[in-house]
Design a protein around this ligand. Structure first.
Ligand code: FDA
Length: 491
């Protein structure tokens, strides 16, 4: 086996990993980052779009795994989108250098301050709203679509129709910022540059326009000369040594998923940023196979961020419609959060199927009043999730209320075309929690019962944040790593 020593190791190149890498590299530390997915930029392989799924479409699957319309067969490849299936919920995640930023819709939403305070009563909200959220807004290159372009562009008919219908039903709408460069989008519309968002590119990666982490945090970290990213390196388990260092068993694969090398990494400091599910799997599996100490709070307070998909079909499909051409980048949302009975936020989502399917798609984000928990099943060697219909009951009630109110005002039916019964309770894009800040970790993400192990990713957020989560994940990672560096944790 090849043995490699690295003082500081980061597992995962999503938001938490990228922030940690940049700030440590800026502080002059040498950092090695292990990422199980491919470095797409370096590989030169283009991302595929929704209508012609290719290499990037799915992580080692024979068929596409988008939430609907999976009629395409694939040759297994280390693609960007993966799905983990549990009994009552399917969880989608991004794979590759950049993690979830490669596949996500780029919606860059700052949570409501009142809810942030409720979720994180021990954090200084003023500091977050005055310092960390503005900082990540700048670093992630967040921008807002021009109202004129939105009004004129045929690719945003779905948003205009969605907003008009919401207003007619008495709902309040909001403009949603994004990391997709809207100046670029205007140029694509004028055919001055290659098309990406206007060419059905998103959940299998964007070739242009989107400021994913490889274009922001990771690029800056690489420019320091202190970061080495090893892609196609999957960490299997972690062992705590007597001298408080860590040893990791790692498998390097090729793009067909075949193991080409078994490696061992030794490190003094280890940052887990493998995303909520990846981090929980590594911790809980390592506890089972290597007796890695794990605090009793690990696996607790897990949630789907209230994700609940639903949709509407028009009664007379051809009378209205959402447009045959749709941008993949959502810019509109409905904000019903302050309604005491039915608090939710929903994205007015695109459905770029290449034809007018006269269907509106919504991803609701609800409160998660009943949390789930995650454990490791040593017999199946898989994570198991304590999560069922009782956890999503209130979310379903909200979706039902929303769809009925929209249909009463505008016509239409709940969409059975998209989901079996019109409700996608099992669709989760935002797994959060299980390693909650201040509970399983100290106040800055250092794991309890450990001297040299840190968690900096979505698992720090206790299952819910009320809006799309990457702004919060990034802000919390900034806050934690700044304080950990200040406390000389990486000296
Ligand atoms: P993240 O999941 O980004 O990164 C973890 C990385 O670790 C991955 O690259 C993974 O491959 C790697 N890894 C895992 N296990 C490993 C192992 N054992 N060894 C090596 N590497 C390992 N959010 C939002 O705010 N706005 C939005 O518009 C959307 N839209 C959206 C759409 C879709 C389709 C999805 C799937 C998700 C979203 N999200 C979103 C959610 C958002 O992308 C997500 O919350 C963040 O990417 C999570 O960031 P983390 O840093 O926690 O991990």
């Amino acid at each position: 086996k090849i043995v490699i020593d690295a003082p500081i190791l980061i597992i995962g190149s999503g938001y938490g990993g990228a922030v940690s890498a940049l700030r440590l590299c800026e502080a002059g530390k040498k950092v090695v980052m292990l990422e199980m997915g491919l470095n797409w930029e370096k590989s030169g392989i283009p991302f595929s779009n929704l209508l012609k799924p290719g290499k990037s479409a799915a992580w080692l699957k024979k068929k596409t795994i988008s939430p609907f319309m999976n009629i395409f067969s694939l040759t297994p490849f280390t693609g960007t989108l993966d799905r983990m299936d549990f009994e009552h919920i399917n969880i989608w995640v991004g794979r590759g250098v950049g993690g979830g930023s490669l596949v996500n819709g780029g919606m860059a939403v700052t949570p409501k301050e009142s809810y942030f305070k409720e979720v994180f009563p021990d954090l200084d909200a003023d500091q977050f709203y005055n310092t960390y959220f503005p900082l990540v807004h700048k670093e992630l290159k967040v921008n807002v679509i021009s109202e004129q372009f939105l009004k004129d562009c045929p690719y945003y008919k779905f948003t205009r129709v969605g907003e008009a219908e919401a207003h007619k039903a008495g709902f309040k709408t909001i403009r949603v910022p994004n990391v997709y460069d809207f100046q670029y989008m205007e140029k694509e519309y004028r055919n001055e540059v290659p098309r990406s968002a206007l060419n059905t590119e998103v959940i299998y990666g964007n070739n242009h326009g989107k400021n994913s982490l490889d274009k922001t945090y990771l690029k800056k970290a690489m420019e320091t000369g202190n970061l080495e990213i090893l892609d196609l390196h999957c960490v299997d388990n972690i062992k705590l040594n007597d001298d408080t260092t860590y040893t990791l068993e790692v498998q390097q694969t090729d793009t067909s998923g075949t193991v080409v090398s078994d490696k061992v990494f030794n490190c003094k400091k280890l940052i887990l940023a493998a995303g909520t599910m990846g981090t929980l799997k590594l911790l809980l599996k390592s506890a089972a196979v290597n007796n890695l100490p794990v605090h009793e709070q690990i696996g607790k307070s897990w949630g789907n961020n209230g994700n609940f998909m639903t949709g509407r079909n028009w009664v007379k499909p051809l009378s209205g419609g959402t447009g045959s051409k749709q941008s993949t980048i959502p810019v509109g949302g409905i904000d019903n959060w302050d309604d005491k009975e039915h608090p939710f936020f929903t994205e007015i989502a695109p459905l770029p199927m290449g034809m007018d399917v006269a269907t509106a798609l919504y991803l609701l984000i609800n409160r998660v009043d009943k949390k789930g928990s995650v454990s490791y099943d040593a017999s199946t060697k898989k994570l198991s999730l304590d999560w069922n219909g009782s956890n999503t009951a209130k979310m379903r009630e909200n979706a039902d209320y929303f769809i009925k109110k929209m249909n009463r005002a505008n016509g239409g039916t709940r969409s059975h075309f998209l989901f079996n019964n019109g409700f996608g309770a099992d669709v989760c894009y935002h797994p959060l929690g299980g390693c909650v800040l201040g509970k399983a970790t100290n106040e800055y993400g250092k794991l309890k019962d450990h001297d040299n192990l840190y968690v900096l990713d979505g698992s720090l957020i206790p299952g819910t944040i009320g809006v799309n989560p990457f702004m919060t994940i990034t802000a919390i990672a900034e806050y934690c790593i700044e304080n950990l560096i200040r406390q000389n944790e990486f000296a």
